[in-house]
Design a protein around this ligand. Structure first.
Ligand SMILES: Cc1ncc(COP(=O)(O)O)c(C=O)c1O
Length: 406
């Protein structure tokens, strides 16, 4: 079903005040609808207390709403049980809970892709340095798609964890996760998916995927910033050592000992971002109301228009697969001889088009290809329109003309 973007845009205050921007930076952070903002406010206005501690009626309201948010998130992603959903600050924190908590010994291997965000690269580089674990990268094929055969060859007995970006923020490409998980499990390895870019843009069914750990952020899917989640299978979460401990992570302490709480509390140390969790849940309601498959289709349609509109610009090189249908809502590109930072600055100044430039926290990928300036990245979401794509294509043409003449 085609999206009613007029109706959707009416929900986003920033798109209804003065001259609205052409916001093409949703892979970094999405805009938020009034429905989410109202839910966040509701917490601060109506029940601004803490959950799970005090017994008074306001605290009970927070506890109920916080629990409801967790259950809603569990249902949205089809996890087995609400206790398998751990609230975190973001994807980065979720990955760190696993990287620091998983029992990995010297010589144990972790496999990643060659297009990891620093959030799923740094934790493994640090563990290599500190604990002597091995980290290897599965190189993409020549067409920038995942090399399943190579991956299978690399699945030696040393591999204990496969930790991969599900959908890349670099180019929008989604790895064949079901095949990867099956192969990894057949070889006795666990799998974690960095779902920061997959959760907002396509259906994620955790039970069906059979993934062991999954991380994502609220702010990339219409929710507040500062809230995210880690999903883990119950028995695996129970086996992780919590690295952040304190209030609520323990049932009892003495001067010399402690008894850890169960799930999910043992990973949620200190008072939590209740408004964030409730707002995250409201964002998922909003997405559910539109339909995640409708969102995916909308983004791909816009990406095809964008790609067709710019692909013949001389010197323009698309990052990732050429076929736009393999890149979700992301068009990342470099243009020979023009710095991507200059491109996005001029697009903003001339046409209020807001994009991102640089390495997009995937420095390793650009460094390996000797592309120190990175790329310019346009990323669309549920509120973007065909008219905005036209504005972008025309404006980019003019920007390129400007630099070629100057
Ligand atoms: C693929 C991917 N992984 C991880 C992250 C980190 O997300 P956060 O900053 O919310 O922790 C991002 C953010 O851009 C991302 O795109």
């Amino acid at each position: 079903m085609a999206l009613n973007t007029d109706k959707i845009r009416a929900d986003f205050p920033i798109l209804n005040s003065g001259k609205p921007p052409v916001y093409f930076d949703s892979a970094c952070m999405t805009l938020r609808p009034q429905q989410v903002i109202d839910k966040i406010n509701e917490y601060y206005v109506k029940y601004p207390g803490c959950a799970g501690r005090s017994l008074h009626s306001m605290a009970r309201m927070v506890t109920e709403n916080y629990r409801g948010a967790r259950e809603n998130i569990q249902k949205f992603f089809n996890a087995g049980d609400p206790s398998e959903i751990i609230f975190t600050r973001n994807t980065t924190e979720a990955i760190n809970i696993v990287s620091r908590g998983l029992n990995l010994n010297k010589g144990d291997m972790v496999l990643t892709t060659d297009r990891e965000h620093n959030s799923n690269l740094m934790p493994w580089l640090v563990r290599s340095e500190r604990d002597g674990i091995k980290h290897k990268v599965v190189e993409s094929k020549g067409d920038n798609t995942f090399d399943l055969a190579r991956f299978e060859e690399m699945m030696t007995r040393d591999v204990k964890l496969v930790s991969m970006v599900h959908t890349s923020n670099l180019d929008g490409y989604t790895i064949p996760a079901e095949n990867i998980i099956k192969i990894a499990h057949d070889h006795g390895a666990l799998v974690m998916l960095d779902g920061a870019q997959s959760a907002p843009h396509g259906s994620v069914d955790l039970k069906k995927l059979d993934v062991d750990f999954f991380a994502c952020s609220g702010h990339k899917m219409l929710g507040p910033s500062g809230i995210g989640m880690l999903y883990g299978k119950k028995d695996l979460l129970s086996g992780l050592n919590p690295y952040n401990v304190g209030g609520d992570t323990v049932i009892d302490t003495t001067y010399s000992g402690y008894k850890l709480s169960g799930l999910p509390e043992r990973f949620e140390a200190g008072l939590q971002d209740y408004a964030g969790a409730i707002g995250f849940s409201a964002a998922l309601d909003y997405i559910r109301g539109i339909g995640i498959d409708n969102i995916s289709r909308h983004e791909k349609n816009l990406n095809k228009l964008m790609t067709d509109g710019v692909k013949d610009i001389p010197g323009l090189d698309i990052i990732g697969p050429v076929d736009s249908s393999l890149r979700g809502g992301i068009l990342s590109f470099s243009i020979d001889g023009i710095n991507p930072h200059d491109i996005v600055m001029l697009l903003d100044q001339s046409s209020s088009i807001m994009m991102r430039s640089g390495a997009h926290c995937v420095h390793s990928w650009f460094n390996a290809r000797n592309l120190p300036n990175g790329s310019a990245r346009a990323s669309v979401y549920v509120y973007n329109t065909k008219d905005e794509v036209k504005v972008f294509v025309e404006a980019l043409g003019k920007v390129v003309d400007f630099f070629r003449k100057s």
